[in-house]
Ligand binder design. Sequence first.
Ligand code: PEP
Ligand code: MG
Length: 322
Amino acid sequence: ERKQLNRLRREPSRTLDGVDIKLYANAESREDVAEAHAQGAAGVGLYRTEFLFLQRAELPDEDEQFRAYRDVVLGMTGRTVTIRTLDLGADKADRTGLALRDEPNPALGLRGVRLSLARDGLLETQLRALLRASGYGPLRILLPMISSREEVREVRTKLDSVARDLRHEGHEIATHVPLGAMIEVPAAAIALSGFIGAVDFLSVGTNDLVQYLLAADRNNDALGDLYTPLHPAVLRLLRDVIRLANARGKPIAVCGEMAGDPMFAPLLLALGLNEFSLHPATLLEVRRKIRACDLAALKARAPALLRARDRAAILQWMDDCG
Ligand code: PEP
Ligand code: MG
């Protein structure tokens, strides 16, 4: 079984009817990057940089960050690497003093890009390190917790200015470093048409998007089935976001846990998704599932999926199409 699965390492993630789907890896350590490479990931779709900042009292300086990001780029030997700027907040065990303590509602508080923009120099240092790493291979920058066009523009302005400084200082950086937004705040998903022109690519964080859309804490076991992507509102919003991105020619992936569960692959394909980003541990299982899917047939059944009125109907669709 495992042996058969391992044979898929060098096979394409191609549907029965011949469409290639990109499977990127989620990673947060050297080990993850090595595993992603070995499993034949198309690149890294989400590199979480929080680990560099946790379990320590002092902030990593520009050089330390640069070396860490450069190593991710080098580890993927020319495949695209997507590094997310710091997604820290009061929900994470932070000893650097960056995040607020004891926020009444950390999930709704000063986290992600909000925190990066609120702390002097924090974002600039990370952007400098990222741009320097872009001299070593294809790198994209991904922003967490974007809720408005203003935030994207503020970061873009900083990115341009940091790039000018670095060139002036003689650093070799890529001529174009794509800037993308996580779609994980419902407002960003709903207002996407207003700022999609300001980003180069998108990544849907279904872990948080589901939490915020359904007002259901992603870490609260007491909620049982309430926290689930199997809700008509989630499917419709995913469909809208994917359709808009596809129409505008902007690459879009789903990088939440949902993308790593082979059970959801037919559903995401039916909604028009061409790119997944998932933990390397389940990459081959998702690839196997995709290779057993007929994309045209799934797309023909998308209207039925979007007509599903409740969880049972969605599960029934998955049963019929899985
Ligand atoms: C998400 O929210 O779906 C996501 C990928 O980010 P994280 O799990 O790090 O919040
Ligand atoms: Mg998130």
